[in-house]
Design a binder for this molecule. Sequence first.
Ligand code: ADP
Length: 295
Amino acid sequence: MASLYLDHVYAGYQSKIILNDVTIEFDKGVTVLLGPNGSGKTTLLRVCAGIIRPIRGRVLIDRKSIFDDISLKRYISYLPHREGLIDELTCLKNMLFYMYARGIVNRDVKKVIHEYSIRLGLEDILDCNVSTLSRGQRRKLALLRVLLEDSQIILLDEPTEGLDIISRNVILDIVRKLSRERTIIYVTHDLDEALLIGDKICVLKNGKVVLYDTKDNVIARLSGKKRKVGIIIKGDPVPVFEKFKIPYTYDKGMWIIDIDVNIDLPTLLTELVNHGCKILRIVDIYNPLEDILKE
Ligand code: ADP
């Protein structure tokens, strides 16, 4: 099992320092990386992937520096924000190209591609050019590449961005299963997703780690504070609220609900839609987790 350790890492671009003395050990499970825009999340992933060499400090896999021994990079897979797919090639050829570049030629790659593409709903577009794909399909194809690489350490930069809820849940399910045996760092801006998928939560601010703790401890810190959400709905949501024992009020056309922070709002909204409601507007009136991000 590969563990990833950043030891007093300073890193940035040209003379601009972004990561400022980051020391952290990532181990098995999903660590969700949160933080405001520009706080250094992507830079941290790129350092972990061996793309940006730190100005100072070390990045270690099983106590060896990935910049001294580049063969260690085979333990790492990275899903960047920009997928880096080749537009002119078909999806299948893209995958074969990346597997070939990675030296994965000895197993039945096509069979594995086929199996995963069924799970991701990509099986019908494997022969289409990447240039014809939607944003969500590109995201899933890029994730497929990461899955095929079958690495011990997986770095995911907003893997579900732009995906519908069904695709999002498929991906969360895959990530959850992978995390039993792997080290996963998962960047998201979505607090619902963070609590749904994270075993640990890491918050970056101005290139420094300001919080790194288990999800359970983070939730415990909120000491029972509820999240308040306003929803404008066409239809009757009350049976769903009652089924989930969610306190609700109705004020000037808006339903106001108080939910535990670890309730997944998208799943609740899907329940409402399945019940025949139409969601017209959602307002996060108060989310206690944001207090922690602001601290
Ligand atoms: P986050 O992922 O948290 O939004 P980033 O790591 O992308 O943050 O960016 C951190 C800072 O680094 C930002 O101020 C951004 O403008 C700067 N930055 C990112 N990429 C580059 C680059 N290639 N060259 C110069 N500055 C960059």
